[in-house]
Design a protein around this ligand. Structure first.
Ligand code: AMP
Length: 176
């Protein structure tokens, strides 16, 4: 499905997003919400839970990144957590959130296995707002008490079917 559908009137302005988020979207070059964005952004903005299914390349990442950015407050806590199965996906999501959130100077932290624990702890000190993590490494940090005051209000399970196929169910339950 094409990301931008011809003849569609609806723009990102209609979601009532904060100025810095709209600016980030514009700067990223997105002019029209993709179908998964059009359908899911209003629901997440209302604070409701949802399950979204769409093919790769249809804008799913921004579908959760945009309402997450819009919901962030100016405190010092990690407010949103995205759990994803692989390091590559974690990095891609982090880049997309950084890109869209650049005008709000939104800091993200990306945590995956194989990267130095010390480096991840140093990054935690910088007070990130959004954490993107693979399940095993996140659990490791939590079980070892390395993340203080961890209570994200928004949690995304990205590629949840794949995470279950990969046997991450126990880890995810433990994280919750
Ligand atoms: P994704 O499906 O989340 O991997 O996104 C695929 C690509 O489409 C990424 O490079 C996004 O930055 C880009 N993208 C997401 N939403 C839009 C949009 N509404 N208009 C144009 N490009 C988009």
């Amino acid at each position: 499905m094409p990301l931008e559908q011809e003849g569609k009137e609806k723009g990102f302005e209609e979601f009532g997003l904060k100025e810095f988020v709209l600016k980030g979207i514009k700067e990223a070059g997105f002019s029209t919400p993709s179908p998964v964005q059009e359908q899911s952004i209003p629901i997440v903005l209302q604070g409701k839970d949802l399950i979204a299914q769409a093919q790769t390349g249809t804008g799913k990442t921004a579908a959760f990144a945009i309402p997450i950015l819009n919901a962030l407050n100016r405190n010092q806590e990690i407010e949103a957590l995205v759990i994803t199965p692989t390091r590559e996906l974690a990095m891609q999501i982090s880049e997309e959130i950084l890109k869209l959130g650049r005008f709000g100077r939104i800091k993200t932290i990306c945590m995956y296995g194989g990267q130095s624990i010390k480096r991840q702890c140093d990054l935690l000190e910088k007070k990130p707002k959004v954490m993107i993590a693979t399940p095993g490494r996140l659990l490791d940090h939590l079980q070892n008490g390395r993340i203080a005051h961890f209570a994200p209000q928004i949690v995304v399970l990205d590629e949840s079917d794949e995470m279950l196929d990969m046997g991450f169910l126990d880890d995810i339950e433990e994280i919750f």
